[in-house]
Ligand binder design. Structure first.
Ligand SMILES: C[S@@+](CC[C@H](N)C(=O)[O-])C[C@H]1O[C@@H](n2cnc3c(N)ncnc32)[C@H](O)[C@@H]1O
Length: 248
């Protein structure tokens, strides 16, 4: 524990307990060395528990944040009758897993462009009962879902690419930039997702994502230009963006 504390781990005692219960002897020594070198605890352990679900997490896969749970919890609470749901850019599958516990009758597919993250997501999906399709945003979803998705969620990369250096160095070193970087104003992924949303969403459906406060006006314009009605909900330092096909 002292070595973890000396390495700057704020919750050194909790981390030492977690590592000791997951690894023994030589494997424990290796795990502690990885952690001291700055690998996020969740990637060292190979899993995390968040929002009441257990998520598998390999090296180099985005570590889910509290923001991940806020998106999924709000989506499930606002559309409890959803039967067809998608988690775009699902990473290790956190949002899809939370939806699966809140909406047990729904069929849920997570999409992910990174084959490494997709491996973790598939393991999470086996435990929580959702499927994973590899490809960009909506494109790998079953074609028969066009116009039928009741609920879609996405924790989109939305950090302006010029501001990546503000992210904690340990995360920068162990999460690929494409997990967080959103182009010059951070909104390129939302532009791509919004552009195709109307073709996939059912009438009366809901799409939930998250943006920074300073992105509010432009994110709203992007959604409205794509034929969506946009609303917002406060979420700690950020805003949840709620989009529905116009005329809901
Ligand atoms: C901010 S992370 C969120 C991951 C996960 N939803 C979570 O909350 O832990 C964004 C995810 O989008 C994925 N991604 C980036 N570009 C993508 C694209 N064009 N299509 C699908 N997924 C993409 C990244 O690989 C990453 O897993």
């Amino acid at each position: 524990m002292e070595r973890l504390r000396a390495a700057g781990c704020v919750f050194a005692e909790d981390e030492a307990t977690a590592l000791r219960s997951a690894f023994e002897s030589q494997a424990l020594a290796t795990a502690i060395a990885q952690r001291i070198a700055g690998t996020p605890l969740e990637q060292v352990l190979g899993f995390t528990e968040i929002g009441g679900v257990r998520v598998d997490l390999g090296p180099g896969v985005f570590v889910p944040r509290a923001r991940s749970t806020a998106i999924a919890e709000t989506a499930a609470a606002r559309h409890p009758d959803a039967r067809i749901a998608a988690d775009l850019g699902c990473g290790a599958g956190t949002l899809a897993a939370i939806l699966s516990t809140r909406l047990p009758a729904a069929r849920i597919v997570g999409t992910e462009i990174d084959p490494v993250a997709a491996i973790s997501a598939r393991r999470t999906g086996e435990r929580h009962g959702f499927e994973v399709a590899e490809g960009s945003w909506w494109s790998p979803l079953p074609p028969s879902w066009r116009g039928r998705i009741d609920l879609a969620v996405a924790y989109l990369p939305h950090v302006p690419t010029g501001e990546l250096s503000w992210i904690h160095a340990d995360f920068r070193a162990h999460e690929p930039d494409f997990c967080v970087a959103g182009g010059p104003d951070g909104l390129d992924p939302w532009r791509a997702v919004a552009r195709d949303a109307i073709g996939w969403l059912a009438p009366g459906s809901l799409f939930v994502t998250l943006v920074a406060r300073e992105q509010r006006a432009e994110a709203g314009r992007i959604g409205e230009d794509a034929g969506l009605e946009i609303d917002y909900e406060e979420s700690e330092d950020d805003l949840l963006l709620l989009a529905s096909p116009s005329g809901r």
